[in-house]
Ligand binder design. Structure first.
Ligand code: B12
Length: 212
């Protein structure tokens, strides 16, 4: 097993201390932080499979979230862009009724590290908060995350409210999170969807960075 596989396996086994130690070791060895993050995402995917197969319980999911947050605290400063000129503003949040924030935080950090200013509204975000954040910031990209199938309705409501506020033709909307796919994207009325943080960065660049 290489260092990254060891991280995936330690996280999947919910070995808190070992995971954090291996992450620190990987940083010292010069492994790019994005790759370390990828190894941790693989560990979270494995935890999801073990939960689905009944080997893990909700308490294990909570534990995995706690470990992942600590990993995030170590990696975030390394992923942040220092002093770079901002490429544009993005309003981002997990929709109302949904409190999953691990994926959202990864996307927010990747957008920040790519040079975007991100207005992170957190989790369980009410429709009106998304709309007022867009109005106040003047951001022209909205990103919504949701891991529950229930989140689809909340995404649709939010997009309807953006339309009702007269902003829909000024704002590009992307959605993502575990169960989101092209059909969901079409059903809720978003412009694009993505299944990883790189996709979010690619879309934001496409919308906010002028071509030469
Ligand atoms: C960890 C976890 C939790 C933790 C969350 C901790 C936290 N701080 O977020 C806790 C224990 C709190 C939790 C609670 C619940 N959970 Co939960 N949870 C998970 C688990 C195991 C992992 C989720 C995760 O973090 N994945 C890792 C991240 C990195 O992936 P991600 O979020 O998809 O994000 C990536 C991409 O999707 C993308 N992305 C994300 N957002 C966006 C946005 C844009 C714009 C773009 C482009 C890309 C993008 O980029 C990210 C990075 O690559 C999943 C299982 C799974 N297979 O996903 C279940 C899962 C999501 N949970 C589930 C459920 C049912 C619940 C609960 C209802 C359980 C309960 N009975 O109480 C509650 C929900 C409470 C609520 N109201 O939200 C179900 C959802 C089923 C469904 N279809 O609705 C799942 C799928 C488990 C299962 N198989 O049953 N959960």
């Amino acid at each position: 097993m290489n260092g990254l596989e060891e991280i995936t396996s330690a996280l999947a086994d919910l070995e808190e201390e070992q995971t954090l130690q291996l992450v620190r070791k990987a940083i010292e060895e010069g492994i790019p932080p994005g790759n370390i993050l990828g190894a941790c995402q693989n560990g979270m995917a494995e935890i999801g499979s073990r939960f689905e197969s009944g080997d893990y319980f909700v308490s294990d999911l909570i534990m995995s979230g706690e470990i992942f947050k600590q990993v995030g605290a170590i990696l975030d400063p390394l992923l942040e862009s220092g002093g770079m000129e901002k490429l544009g503003k993005v309003v981002f949040g997990t929709v109302h009724g949904d409190i999953h924030d691990i994926g959202k935080d990864i996307v927010v950090n990747m957008l920040k590290s790519a040079g975007f200013e991100v207005i992170d509204l957190g989790v369980d975000v009410p429709v009106a908060k998304f709309v007022s954040a867009l109005q106040e910031s003047g951001a022209t990209v909205l990103g919504m995350s949701g891991l529950l199938t229930l989140a689809f309705d909340a995404m649709k409501e939010t997009i309807n409210a953006v339309t009702a506020a007269g902003l829909r033709d000024k704002v590009h909307i992307m959605i993502g999170g575990g169960p989101v796919d092209g059909n969901v994207c079409k059903a809720v009325g978003a412009d694009q969807w993505g299944n990883d943080a790189q996709q979010a960065v690619k879309l934001a660049k496409q919308w906010l960075v002028p071509a030469c």
